[in-house]
Design a protein around this ligand. Sequence first.
Ligand code: NAI
Length: 341
Amino acid sequence: MSKRKIAVIPGDGIGPEITDAVLSILESAGFEAEWEFLEAGQPAMDKGKPPMPEETIERIREIGIALKGPTATPIGKGHKSANVALRQALDLFANVRPAKTLPGLKGPFADKRIDMIIVRENTEDLYAGIEYQAHPDVAQAIKVITRPGCARLCKYAFEMTKSQGRKRLTAVHKANIMKLTDGMFLEEFYKAAKDYPEIHADDIIVDNCCMQLVTRPETFDVLVTENLYGDIVSDLAAGLVGGLGLAPGANIGINCAVFEAVHGSAPDIAGKGVANPTALLFSALMMLRHLGENEMADRIGKAVLRVCSDGQCLTVDLGGKASTDEYKVEVIRRAQDALSV
Ligand code: NAI
């Protein structure tokens, strides 16, 4: 039987280092795939191409599934973000970002049992990229929210909540101020809720949500929200459970899915061999589950939990001394131990 093809974008900054570690872990655990490496980010720009070249988007469209490393976006000038371009071109409308406490890790929230999933809208809102400047001292950006966009996102979030056996879905918004845009989102949320009577549906204003996320994060289950709030709230949630080095994500569309960590290309530590590959690894485990490889995803996930609760081989961001490579070798060893019991 031919191996399944998976597109891989190593990206830039720490991207190639962590991608390499993750592919080694998957292969050592017995996952068989034909990786097709595609260009995006700095390597593409070095050749005079846009950060997300058209040919890369087309190959992902054909292959249907991709694992993506981070790609830097120049601030305030230059090209549109590679990520925004990819999500919009492939209509990857739902960005799923789990945040869960890992055993053994220190930090102000280590004693809380945090286990939430944030479902972020991925193609609309202020990320539509419509900005203009009619006067040198006034710049405007347009927030685009569509009814079909809200409806499909909310339906997806309810379906995901149900399929994972979770009980509560909370819409995060600012409809008290943005009555038309966020009001429409909230309307579609409660419309969708009627089809899922077994799920407790409620809503919260985004500023109050941020406050409650740091005062009682253990009370949240699944959150669904628009693009900008989701971007900010999911980084906050990543901080609650140990930082960006641990936060995975999946971009889901109708025909394509792209799995990538929440974090960026971390230029401050790129090339030093100290990046934590766990966020991308957890994203890859979401990909395995998407492909029905649940046993393998569980086994690798448990190996990571053992490495964390042991505390002997943690990367620098988690207070340890291990390099990316040492951590990778330890996860591989634990995953193989699990096979031999
Ligand atoms: P960042 O997430 O790259 O880094 C923030 C901080 O977290 C840094 O101190 C970094 O060292 C640390 N960090 C991030 N990931 C880590 C890991 N795996 N292990 C250890 N430490 C880690 O955010 P920043 O600096 O705001 O963005 C850098 C670039 O990345 C920007 O150009 C931004 O546009 C881009 N970016 C790309 C994303 C993507 O490709 N999906 C997402 C977010 C940002």
